[in-house]
Ligand binder design. Structure first.
Ligand code: NPG
Length: 369
């Protein structure tokens, strides 16, 4: 296809409740969408970058700028397919969430034109995927127990708790006491350091599915030491940026489960390569979330339908995040989300919702270029 222009759509989406992690609190998402207009039709993508560079280096403003100046111009010449976005933009280092948004939009346009669903294109094998809910840090343990209870009542059968030094054993004990059989896991977002090893090892008593990213992304040796002394599996998120990072982490014994996020690894196609590598090595994976709108969620659900996505995904129903999503809402069925079957991402972007939320559009190439 030939890409005529790309719209970078920025929209502030208030969350239904604030989301606190070890690195900060979010009240709203500064969402960046990529809308590709081509000779075969259009396509949508979402960049997972957040307003601040607190999860990793990227942030919405930087993602938008890199898209406008380098990534989009790299796909404006000649014929281009989704699979070309990575190679064509390889000169740009990092900015994986920005690149992932562009690749998603090009793939969406290509597959819409071909009449093929994203899940089919990626090799998905499931019609619905198991999902869980990620619960942020709350002002009190009572509020946490109440929130978890509410989500369990909604149907979620797997809960992930955010932990950090000072917010771990006590909340875990309280939630476990109320839900002895719940599939429970924790995520530290790199909030711990070497001196916390004994404390983290004590989480074994809670029968967790896994502990996600206790230490800083580069601390592969520390993760390996922890993995060697714990019965609870270690899962890596922030450490895993590519297939190479995955192979290195596995070789070192730094993790036995991998969280795959489209934005963190630079796109759906690299996500699939990591999935394939882990499948070959007998390592289960699951799909992480970055509080996406229905656009990014549709891509995540398609990815999570691949066979080695063994653990429930961090993909909740639209109403866990938004009063009004930017697409038809994703609805919980049991503890699952249905994989869209329509062409491309299989969703329709709600332009009225975008307009009501005051979305700002920049077109590349802009007038006069
Ligand atoms: O349901 O999309 C979701 C959120 C899942 O907890 C979640 N994401 O570190 O995995 C994470 C975390 C996150 C949230 C990261 C906000 C960055 C910002």
């Amino acid at each position: 296809m030939r890409i005529e222009r790309v719209e970078l759509v920025r929209v502030a989406m208030p969350l239904v409740r604030p989301f606190r992690t070890s690195f900060g609190v979010q009240q709203a998402r500064d969402v960046l969408l990529v809308h590709v207009i081509s000779d075969v039709g259009d396509g949508w993508g979402e960049s997972a970058a957040h307003a601040e560079p607190f999860y990793n280096e990227e942030f919405t403003e930087s993602a938008a700028m890199v898209l406008e100046r380098w990534l989009v111009p790299a796909v404006l010449d000649g014929s281009v397919a989704g699979a070309d976005v990575g190679p064509r933009t390889a000169q740009v280092k990092g900015y994986r969430a920005a690149r992932a948004g562009l690749e998603m939009a090009v793939l969406d346009a290509e597959l819409r034109a071909a009449g093929m669903a994203m899940a089919t294109h990626l090799g998905g094998t499931r019609a619905s995927v198991d999902v869980g809910v990620s619960v942020g840090i709350t002002p009190t343990v009572d509020e946490l127990v109440q929130q978890v209870g509410g989500y369990v009542d909604d149907g979620y059968r797997r809960v992930k708790l955010k932990v950090m030094p000072g917010w771990d054993v006590e909340p875990l004990r309280a939630v476990r006491a109320q839900h002895p059989d719940l599939a429970l896991q924790v995520d530290a977002n790199a909030g711990y350091a070497a001196e916390h090893a004994d404390l983290i090892a004590s989480f074994d008593e809670f029968g967790l599915l896994m502990i996600e990213q206790p230490y800083a992304p580069e601390e592969l040796q520390l993760h390996a030491q922890l993995a060697a002394r714990m019965s609870t599996p270690i899962c890596l998120d922030e450490s895993i940026l590519s297939t190479v990072h995955t192979a290195t982490a596995l070789d070192l014994g730094a993790c036995s489960i991998v969280n795959i996020k489209v934005g963190r690894v630079g796109g759906l196609l690299e996500a699939r390569r990591i999935h394939d590598l882990c499948l070959e090595r007998g390592v289960p994976v699951w799909c992480g979330g970055m509080l996406e709108t229905g656009i990014g969620r549709a891509a995540n659900v398609a990815l999570a339908s691949l066979p080695n996505f063994t653990f429930p995904a961090d993909l909740s129903a639209s109403d866990r995040y938004w009063r009004r999503d930017l697409t038809e809402p994703f609805v919980l069925e049991g503890s699952q989300l249905r994989v869209p079957t329509g062409p491309g991402l299989g969703i329709t972007v709600d332009r009225d919702a975008l307009a009501e939320l005051g979305a700002v559009v920049r077109t590349v190439p802009g007038a006069g270029t």
